[in-house]
Design a protein around this ligand. Structure first.
Ligand SMILES: Cc1ncc(COP(=O)(O)O)c(C=O)c1O
Length: 425
């Protein structure tokens, strides 16, 4: 075993004659087994398991290149079908004007949405340096994409947990603002921005100044939760609101597909700048796309369609309610430990918590001890003016059972006691 491991990691040049397939498989698979177990990855939002029929479809379509739209016409139709279903879920005003695409994840969707916002703003003949307004709860991909696209970020620092600084956002707007980012499910704490309030504020500002500043909703997390949860589905956040120009969702989070799939949907024709679509004619016939990547497997698009057909509204509803229920049980139990304070609110199945008082050990020692019991528990400082707060976070996914949650709580309590006793006096 030791010999073969050396072969894997010291091989910096290809072997002249390769090796038998079974040997390459065993070498790599043996090493991969030493990775953490996704089931214990408490911080990740992405789907870790799909039904066997979905796996079969994925296997059948992994080699089909999505971009070759003329050779794979049924796949292209499925892609369009999935977009229509999502467009419907998000209440696009006119199904005849469906502008959207699958992407490799929400980050690519955000990149394209930002570019579209910049081009819409350019088309209005505005002058100056384009800026985007976001709050300090925005995901890192916004900072990355804005930098790549030469868009200035006007970040509004959050001063309190779950308090949206609407006045500060309003004050930051100017004629070079290409859009406001609203988050339906902040990665770090699970809170959702008050999108109706933002929309009302923009309607007034746009009217007074004759601007057309729109909202992009980053619904990477909440996009497949809000339409299905009893308590959330009546809340307006999507294209029902007039200033929402585009929305991204992660199919690989609560959309229930394996990692590698996101969705971007535009409100209508006006929100989708001419020229964003690029036609290529060197495959068989013409293919249109507006994503950064060109060649991509069809597998996860097909898998998304499988989920829509298999689970239906009822299945997604049950999944969401189950996650929310498990999250509420976890929150309650963590609060009851007496040494933890839950800082999330269970709007989404995300449980963030911190120590009530500074413990007599490093938080890193605590998460390390939990790691010895397989749990991968992220810990991080909040941003903006909340920098002094370090939180830990559990994403309650579809795969998480009550038994697993009970085990986690027991381990959290035990690890705390061990470290406290070790550091006593
Ligand atoms: C709110 C939010 N936006 C964007 C992203 C980036 O999404 P992806 O990982 O699908 O590229 C994430 C990732 O967790 C997120 O939570």
């Amino acid at each position: 075993m030791a010999k073969t491991n050396t072969l894997l990691f010291e091989m910096i040049k290809m072997l002249p004659d390769g090796m038998p397939a079974y040997q390459a498989f065993e070498l790599i698979s043996g090493e991969l087994k030493k990775d953490g177990l996704p089931k214990y990855d408490l911080g990740s939002y992405t789907t870790i398991e799909m039904p066997k029929e979905a796996k079969l479809l994925i296997q059948e379509t992994l080699g089909k290149n999505l971009i070759n739209q003329n050779e794979y016409q049924q796949t292209t139709k499925i892609h369009q079908q999935v977009l229509k279903i999502i467009g419907n879920l998000l209440h696009i005003p006119n199904q005849e004007e469906l502008y959207g695409s699958s992407t490799t994840g929400s980050s690519e969707a955000i990149f394209m949405a930002l570019l579209a916002a910049k081009w819409r703003w350019n088309a209005m003949g505005r002058k100056g340096e384009p800026n985007i307004i976001l709050c300090s709860n925005a995901h890192i991909s916004w900072y990355k994409c804005a930098r790549f696209l030469d868009i200035k970020i006007k970040e509004i620092a959050l001063t309190a947990i779950n308090t949206y600084p609407i006045k500060a956002v309003e004050n930051a707007l100017d004629e070079s603002t290409i859009g406001v980012v609203a988050i339906l499910g902040c990665t770090y704490l699970g809170y959702c921005d008050p999108i109706v309030e933002i929309d009302n504020m923009l309607s007034n500002i746009n009217k007074v100044n004759k601007w057309d500043i729109g909202i992009h909703v980053d619904a990477a997390i909440g996009g497949f939760i809000y339409p299905f949860a009893q308590e959330l589905k009546e809340i307006e956040w999507d294209f029902k609101l007039p200033n929402v120009k585009s929305i991204n969702l992660s199919g690989h989070k609560y959309g229930l597909v394996y990692p590698g799939i996101g969705w971007l949907i535009f409100r209508d024709k006006q929100s989708f700048p001419k020229g964003l679509n690029v036609t290529s004619a060197y495959l068989s016939g013409e293919s249109e796309s507006f994503t950064v990547s060109f060649s991509r497997s069809s597998a996860l698009i097909v898998a998304q369609q499988f989920c829509f057909m298999h689970y239906g509204i009822k299945g997604y509803g049950e999944m969401v309610e189950n996650c929310l229920w498990n999250a509420s049980i976890l929150s309650e139990a963590l609060q009851k430990t007496g040494f933890l304070d839950v800082v999330s609110m269970n709007t989404l199945p995300v449980v963030a918590f911190k120590f009530k008082e500074a413990p007599p050990f490093k938080i890193r020692a605590f998460t390390k001890l939990l790691r010895e019991r397989e749990w991968m528990l992220p810990q991080y400082q909040l941003s903006g003016e909340l920098k002094a707060i370090t939180v830990m976070r559990v994403v309650v996914r579809q795969d998480m059972s009550l038994t697993q949650i009970t085990q986690l709580i027991n381990d959290i309590v035990e690890c705390y006691k061990i470290l406290k006793d070790d550091n006593a006096g």
